[in-house]
Design a protein. Structure first.
Ligand code: SF4
Length: 558
């Protein structure tokens, strides 16, 4: 035994400074007795306790006793000065509907949530296209004498739309909306042609008047300012310098849009009103229904649709998800995604090689990853994807849908129900937190997608409502704090692989939830959604889709 080892026997410490060699219990094994319980006002609790403990422990190691007052004084002396300003809060205005909505019951409907549109981003591509299309429709309703004077249409992009819009094709999407194209039906080749031939000019018919528009009419404006939402844009119809019509819009995440003075459309009351998972599950358990059937009843009552109509829409989305995975897998292995990263497609390679894996589990994980990568690469190409909840996360849910339907051959009705249960998860996250990376980082995109996918999987395997909640909770919990830092502003790195991890985590969450004792799960979904909202508020704005930090800064493109 070495000399040093001789000094530490059975967790006893020999205090060398003491002339009478004194042997005590190792106080560092439990420092709770050394920590002052009095935390001065205005001092960060965690920081104070840590420093107080270190100070107390050091004093004991030196063989000196410390009073509580001394410990407080020592801890305070070592505290850094109060920061001048906390991490910037997201500049969200309190009068935005997206901020106010958390108070009442969830009223979102499936067709508002699952949207088909061009990638790569629901907030930076689909949202802006919906916005300019909305403006185009408003403009067509102006009186003929006003339209006769019109000379120009102009779009100004602000905040995150300006900071990372180039990588998201925001200017092309904005122009497409102005010329009357909608996200669900636009031909991605039209958007590709705008990239390949950026000087194209298009006539926009407004009454008897025709106005020429081009990409030059979409202006990347201020990235910083006092905006109501990080994704703010204005659209104007001008007659020279005179403004004939102007509207300020916000792309609030997941392809949802609002505008100055926006009031949400009137909807019917839900059959089973809920604003928390606790209430959603109570409806399910009291009425002996699955979460999916509660969601179905609400879809029917809020939107006034029949059961067949709701399922027909869900089928359309399922089919689109399967199609996007198939399309991604069929791309040539040497395909290079658009943009400066020059990222090679790898979905087909990963899938093919995974089929040679020796162990079934390795094969399964790699195949699920390949499905997610396939759909996400489609997003990176600007092809049609489905927001679930966003474009950046558009690989996660399709991967699970594809795996369940095409590989596991799970009954289609169970997958439909899984899609409805997943909606409950997405709605609650939107209701109390955010789906926008510009507001909450990647936890709001991939985190929510993974949580939805866990609920989908659990439901498809007939899990009881508590297991569905636990699976969704677990998947969301383990994405908390995840930042958004797309390299070069392109939804490729880390986004494509991140979809694969989101899909695998969803499966892991289902595996844990379905195998643990459900009633012992200690964290409920509502608490995790609150943590998502709070983390979103505290996250530094550099990590909210601005490409100012993280991988966007550390990765060098050559
Ligand atoms: S890092 Fe995450 S949130 Fe940001 S663009 Fe990529 S997928 Fe979306």
């Amino acid at each position: 035994m070495s000399k040093k080892e001789n000094e530490k026997v059975n967790d006893k410490v020999v205090l060398k400074e003491n002339p009478v060699q004194e042997v005590r219990e190792d106080l560092l094994a439990d420092v709770s007795g050394l920590i002052s319980r009095e935390i001065p006002a205005g001092v960060d609790r965690r920081n104070f306790l840590m420093r107080s403990a270190v100070g107390g422990a050091a004093a004991v190691m030196m063989g000196r006793s410390v009073s509580t007052q001394q410990a407080i004084a020592k801890a305070l002396a070592t505290l850094p000065p109060e920061p001048q300003a906390a991490s910037p809060k997201p500049p969200l205005s309190a009068d935005l509907n997206v901020v106010k909505k958390g108070a009442g019951p969830v009223l979102t409907t499936a067709d508002e949530f699952y949207k088909v549109g061009p990638g790569p981003s629901s907030s930076h591509t689909i949202g802006p296209m919906r916005i300019t299309y909305d403006f185009y429709q408003r403009a067509t309703k102006l009186p003929a004498d006003k339209l006769a004077k019109a000379t120009k249409l102009q779009v100004n992009l602000f905040g995150s739309l300006s900071a990372t819009g180039k990588g998201h094709g925001t200017e092309r999407a904005s122009l497409a909306g102005l010329v009357g194209k909608e996200p669900a039906t636009v031909d991605p080749l039209f958007l590709d042609s705008l990239r390949d031939k950026p000087d194209q000019v298009f006539p926009v018919k407004l009454g008897a008047k025709s106005i020429d528009v081009s990409l030059k009419d979409v202006i990347y404006d201020a990235t910083k300012g006092d905006f109501k939402h990080p994704n703010t844009m204005t659209v104007k119809l001008l007659a020279g310098s005179e403004v004939l019509l102007e509207q300020e819009y916000y792309s609030v995440g997941g392809g949802f849009i609002e505008w100055k003075g926006y009031t949400p459309p009137k909807k019917n009351p839900p059959k089973y009103p809920f604003r928390l998972m606790k209430e959603l599950r109570a409806h399910a358990d009291t009425n002996k229904l699955s979460i999916a059937k509660v969601m179905l009843a609400n879809e029917m009552s809020i939107a006034g649709r029949s059961e067949e109509e709701v399922y027909a829409f869900i089928d359309k989305i399922i089919n689109a998800m399967v199609a996007t995975v198939k399309s991604g897998l069929s791309m040539p292995e040497d395909d290079v995604l658009p943009g400066p990263i020059k990222l090679h497609s790898k979905a087909a390679t990963v899938y093919k090689r995974a089929m040679d894996d020796r162990y079934a589990a390795d094969k399964g994980i790699a195949a699920l990853s390949a499905f997610a990568i396939a759909a996400s690469e489609e997003n990176g190409r600007g092809h049609l994807v489905i927001t679930a909840p966003t474009g950046g996360s558009a690989g996660v849910m399709p991967a699970l849908v594809y795996a369940l339907l095409e590989v596991r051959k799970v009954d289609r009705q169970k997958v439909r129900d899984g899609m409805l249960a997943a909606l409950g998860i997405g709605y609650l996250c939107k209701h109390h937190a955010t789906l926008s990376a510009a507001e909450g980082g990647c936890q709001a995109e991939i985190g929510v997608a993974s949580s939805m996918a866990a609920a989908l999987t659990a439901t498809a395997y007939d899990a009881e409502s508590l297991v569905v909640e636990n699976a969704a909770e677990s998947a969301l919990e383990h994405h908390l704090g995840m930042t958004c830092d797309p390299v070069a502003g392109y939804v490729q790195v880390p986004c494509i692989e991140r979809c694969a991890f989101g899909a695998v985590k969803a499966w892991t969450a289902y595996a844990i939830a379905s195998n643990e004792i459900a009633s012992r799960h200690r964290v409920n979904f509502d608490a995790t959604v609150m943590a998502l909202a709070e983390t979103a508020k505290d996250m530094n704005s550099k990590y909210k889709e601005t490409s100012e930090a993280g991988l966007a800064q550390s990765v060098t493109l050559c």
